[in-house]
Design a binder for this molecule. Structure first.
Ligand SMILES: *[C@@H]1O[C@H](CO)[C@@H](O)[C@H](O)[C@H]1NC(C)=O
Ligand SMILES: *[C@@H]1O[C@H](CO)[C@@H](O)[C@H](O)[C@H]1NC(C)=O
Ligand SMILES: *[C@@H]1O[C@H](CO)[C@@H](O)[C@H](O)[C@H]1NC(C)=O
Ligand SMILES: *[C@@H]1O[C@H](CO)[C@@H](O)[C@H](O)[C@H]1NC(C)=O
Length: 533
C-alpha cells in the first residue's frame, strides 16, 4: 500500500499494492475552515481511527462547508458515500492490519521524527512513504507530542503550585503597610472591641464566628461578606486569630475599618496562654520534623514519576504539599474548646470563603448532641469535588489504617463548621487527634499526606452532624467548569482549590464573587495595587 501526496497537497492517493485506486481526494473549497488545520487533523485521524471513518470524512469534505467538525461530516454523509466506494473493503483490511502492527511495534530509537506536521508533509512530498512507514512516523510524532504536552502540563502545575503557595506582592505590601501603621498611628492600635463591649466576647446569646488566618485581605472579605449578608449584624461577634508577625497588621486593618454594629476582636496565637508546648506537643514536632519540612518544601517534580502519574493526581499531590498544612493556624481549630472556654457554640470559617446569605438559621440547626455540623463530601453533582471517602485521604495499605478505618466512610469538609463546644468538651476528640498525628509522624507520614483534615476525620468520627450542602459549596478554584448558578445560590462558597481568588492564577469568572467584598477605595488597598493587572 502506498501513499501519494500531490505537490499542491490537495489530493492524497492511496494505492493498493496490486492496483491503483484513487481513493482519497481532498479538494477543499471550504472558506470557513483552514485547509491546513483540516489536513493535519486528517493525518491524526488516519492514524487513530478506523480507515472507514477517514474515507467518509475526507470524501465528504468536497463542497461541504457547513460542518465544522469531522464528526458532523461523518454522520451526515458517511453511509451514502461508503456504499459508492466498491474496492474499499480489502484496502480497509490491509490498513487495519498495518495500524495494528504499528501500534504494537517498538519505535526505533534512531528514528527521525519530524518536528511538526508541516515538516511531515514536506517529507512526504519528497519521499514516497509506504503506509507502514507513514503510520509509524505518525505514531512516533504523536508519542513525542504527547510527552511534550505532559511535560509542559507538569511544569505548568509546578509553576501554579509555587504561584499558589507564595504570597502575592500586593498582599505582602498590605501587611507591611498596615504593620507600619500600627506603630505610627494610635488609631490603628486602639482597643478592639472597645472596653465596654468586652463582655460580649463571651456572651452566648451572640453568634460567634472564629477565623484563623495570616491573610489580612482574605480576613477582610470573610468578615465583610458575613456582615453584609447578615440580617442582624449587631448579633455577630468575630474572633480573628492570626500569628505573631501578622498581628499588628491585622489589628490595624480592623481598627481602621470598623465592622460595627458587629463586634470583632483580633488575637495573636502568642496571646493565648493555653497554647503552650505542654498542651500542644505534637505541633512542635510537626513544625520541626525534618522529613516533614522536606516533604512540604522539597523538590516535588523530582519525586514524581511523570510516566505513571496523571496531571490531575500530580496536582492533588502538590495541593497536599502546600506549606499551609503544617501551620499552627491551620491546626488551631482542634483547640477551640480550650481557646474559648466560655463559649457554647461557634462557627469556624476558613479564610478562602465568601458568605452570601444570612446565617442565623444555621445557628438554629439542632445538632442532636453531635459536635461538628459539616457538609459531607461523598455525594453531590460535582464528581471531582464531591466524591470523597476515607479511601481518598488515607493509605489503606498501612496496617493501622486498614485495621481502624472503613475505606467507604463518607468524608466531610472543613471551611464552615458549626461546633457545639459544650458537647465537644465531653469527648476525647483532641486526644484522638493527637494520638493519630503522632502515629503518622512515627510512620514517616505514610498514613496520610494531607495535613489537617485526615486526623480530624478520624477524631470526629461519630461526632459529625451532616448539614445541607447548600450551606457550603466547595470546590471553587479546582477547575474551570464550576456551575455558576449553584455558586449564586450557595450560602457560603469555598475556594478550596489552589486557585485562590487573591492569586493571579485564580479563575477570572469566579473572582467577582470574592472581589465584590474588597473595598477598592481603601487607601491601603489602592496603594498596594491589589489585584490590578
Ligand atoms: C515510573 O513508572 C513507570 C510505569 O509505571 C515504570 O515503568 C518506571 O520504572 C517508573 N520509574 C521510576 C523512576 O520509578
Ligand atoms: C522513617 O524514616 C527514617 C529515616 O528515613 C527511618 O530510619 C525509619 O526506619 C522510618 N520509620 C518507619 C516506621 O518507616
Ligand atoms: C502506605 O503504607 C505502606 C505500609 O506502611 C507503605 O509501604 C507505603 O509506602 C505507604 N504509601 C504511601 C504513599 O505512603
Ligand atoms: C471603603 O474605604 C473607604 C476609605 O477607607 C471608606 O471611607 C469606606 O467607608 C469604605 N467602604 C466600606 C463599605 O467599608
Amino acid at each position: 500500500m502506498q501513499l501519494h501526496f500531490s505537490p499542491s497537497m490537495r489530493s492524497v492517493t492511496i494505492s493498493s499494492s496490486n492496483g491503483f485506486v484513487d481513493l482519497m481526494k481532498i479538494k477543499v473549497a471550504a472558506r470557513h475552515i483552514s485547509y491546513r488545520t483540516l489536513f493535519h487533523t486528517i493525518l491524526i485521524l488516519a492514524f487513530l481511527l478506523p480507515f472507514v471513518f477517514i474515507l467518509t470524512a475526507v470524501v465528504t469534505l468536497e463542497g461541504v462547508n457547513k460542518c465544522s467538525s469531522f464528526d458532523c461530516l461523518g454522520r451526515r454523509f458517511g453511509p451514502r458515500i461508503l456504499r459508492r466506494v466498491d474496492d474499499s473493503e480489502r484496502l480497509i483490511r490491509d490498513f487495519h492490519k498495518i495500524l495494528k502492527e504499528v501500534d504494537a511495534a517498538e519505535i526505533p530509537n534512531n528514528m527521525k521524527v519530524p518536528d511538526s506536521f508541516d515538516q511531515l508533509v514536506t517529507d512526504m512530498k519528497n519521499n514516497h512513504y509506504d503506509a507502514r512507514a507513514f503510520a509509524l512516523t505518525l505514531r512516533a510524532m504523536m508519542d513525542k507530542f504527547e510527552r511534550e504536552i505532559r511535560e509542559s502540563k507538569f511544569s505548568e502545575l509546578m509553576n501554579k503550585h509555587f504561584a499558589a503557595s507564595s504570597i502575592p506582592k500586593g498582599i505582602h505590601c498590605l501587611s507591611l503597610r498596615l504593620t507600619d501603621e500600627y506603630s505610627s498611628n494610635a488609631h490603628a492600635r486602639k482597643q478592639l472591641p472597645s472596653p465596654e463591649l468586652l463582655p460580649l466576647l463571651s456572651d452566648n446569646s451572640y453568634y460567634h464566628y472564629v477565623l484563623s488566618t495570616d491573610n489580612i485581605l482574605a480576613a477582610s472579605v470573610v468578615v465583610r461578606s458575613t456582615i453584609q449578608s447578615s440580617l442582624q449584624p449587631e448579633k455577630i461577634v468575630f474572633h480573628v486569630i492570626t500569628d505573631k508577625k501578622t498581628y499588628p497588621g491585622m489589628h490595624s486593618w480592623f481598627a481602621l475599618n470598623p465592622v460595627s454594629p458587629a463586634i470583632l476582636e483580633v488575637k495573636g496565637i502568642h496571646q493565648f496562654d493555653w497554647l503552650t508546648r505542654e498542651n500542644v506537643p505534637v505541633l512542635d514536632a510537626v513544625e520541626n520534623h525534618d522529613s516533614i519540612r522536606n516533604y512540604y518544601h522539597g523538590n516535588h517534580i523530582a519525586a514524581a514519576n511523570l510516566s505513571s502519574t496523571s496531571p490531575r493526581t500530580f496536582a492533588s499531590k502538590l495541593q497536599a504539599r502546600s506549606p499551609k498544612y503544617i501551620s499552627l493556624l491551620n491546626h488551631l481549630r482542634i483547640y477551640l474548646p480550650e481557646l474559648f472556654p466560655n463559649l457554647d457554640k461557634v462557627v469556624f470559617f476558613d479564610d478562602d470563603i465568601v458568605i452570601q446569605q444570612d446565617l442565623s438559621s444555621l445557628w438554629d440547626i439542632d445538632l442532636e448532641g453531635k459536635v461538628n455540623g459539616a457538609v459531607e463530601t461523598c455525594k453531590g453533582e460535582d464528581e471531582w469535588v464531591m466524591s470523597k471517602h476515607f479511601k481518598n485521604y488515607f493509605n489503606f495499605s498501612h496496617p493501622l489504617i486498614a485495621r481502624s478505618l472503613d475505606p467507604d466512610e463518607c468524608a466531610w469538609a472543613y471551611g464552615m463548621n458549626v461546633f457545639d463546644l459544650k458537647a465537644w468538651r465531653k469527648t476525647d476528640i483532641r486526644d484522638t487527634y493527637h494520638y493519630w498525628l503522632k502515629e503518622n509522624l512515627k510512620s514517616n507520614l505514610t498514613m496520610w499526606k494531607l495535613g489537617t483534615l485526615p486526623p480530624a476525620l478520624i477524631a470526629f468520627r461519630g461526632h459529625v452532624y451532616p448539614i445541607d450542602p447548600l450551606w457550603h459549596m466547595l470546590g471553587l478554584g479546582y477547575q474551570v467548569n464550576t456551575d455558576i448558578e449553584s455558586v449564586k445560590k450557595a450560602a457560603v462558597i469555598h475556594y478550596n482549590g489552589q486557585s485562590k481568588p487573591w492569586l493571579q492564577i485564580g479563575f477570572e469568572h469566579l473572582r467577582p464573587f470574592w472581589t465584590k467584598h474588597v473595598n477598592y477605595s481603601n487607601d491601603f488597598i489602592r496603594s498596594c495595587h491589589i489585584l490590578e493587572s
